[in-house]
Design a protein around this ligand. Sequence first.
Ligand code: FES
Length: 272
Amino acid sequence: GIEPSSHTGATGVHTTSRAAIPARHLRTDRWWLAPACTAAGLLAFIVYSTWRAFANADYYHAPYVSPFYSPCLAENCHTMRGGPNWEIFGSWWGLSPALLILIFPLGFRLTCYYYRKAYYRGFWASPPACAVAEPHKKYTGETRFPLILQNIHRYFFYFAVLVAGVLTYDTALTFRDEHYAWGHMGLGTLIFLANIVLIWAYTVSCHSCRHIVGGRLKHFSKHPVRYRLWGWVGKLNERHMLLAWSSLVSVAVADFYVFLLASGAFPDPRFF
Ligand code: FES
C-alpha cells in the first residue's frame, strides 16, 4: 500500500503530505519523448539564432530585411537605402545590430507561459513530465530570484507588440521592388506574410494579452466590447503552444530566406 511519508523536513514530493512512492514515477508510456523533442527543438533554434544574430552579415536583400535585424538601430546597419532605421547607436557600436533588438523577442519568449513550461521540463526536468518526480531536492517554484523575474512578462508583451508592428511595416515594404516601386511580389513576400500572421497570432494569444483585454472585469455584460475581444483572444490562447512553435519556425525561415538571397544562393522568384 501507499503510506504517507514519515520523513521530516523533507520537501517537494517527499513532504509528509505526499504519498511515499519509492519509484520516481509509475508511468509506463514514453513520457520522456515530449520533453526530449522540446529540448531538441529549442536547442536547434538557439544554435541557429545565435549564429545569425552574431553573423552581422547577409541580413538584407532588397526589399527584404531579416526579422532578426529589424528595426536596425545602429549606424553600422546596411538595410534599405544603405543605413539604419533609426540611428540610436552611433559608430561606437561595433557589434552586430541584431543584438540590440533581439533582447525584446528573446525576453518575451523566455518569460512566456508556454516556453516556461517547455524549458522547465525539457532542460531542467523540473518536473520533466506530469506525475514524474523531479530530480531536484527543493522546489520553490517562481517565488524567488531569479525566477520571480518571470513576472515581467507583461512588459515584454508591450515591447513584443511594438516589434510586431515594425515587422508588419517590413512586410508591407516587401510589396516594393528593389527600386522602391510598389506592386512587387516575390516568394519572399509570401514568406514574410506567413511569418507576420503567425507572429501576430502568437503575440495576441499571449496569456498576459488575454488578461489585459478581459481581466479584472466583474461584469462582462457591462463591457461587451472587451468581452468579445476576450473571447477571440481566448480562442487563440487555446492554441498558444502551436503558435509559439509555428512562429518560431516562421521567423527562422524568414531570416534564412533573406540569408540565402543576400549570400547569392538564388534570386527571389518573382510573381509580379
Ligand atoms: Fe506566451 Fe505571453 S504567455 S507570449
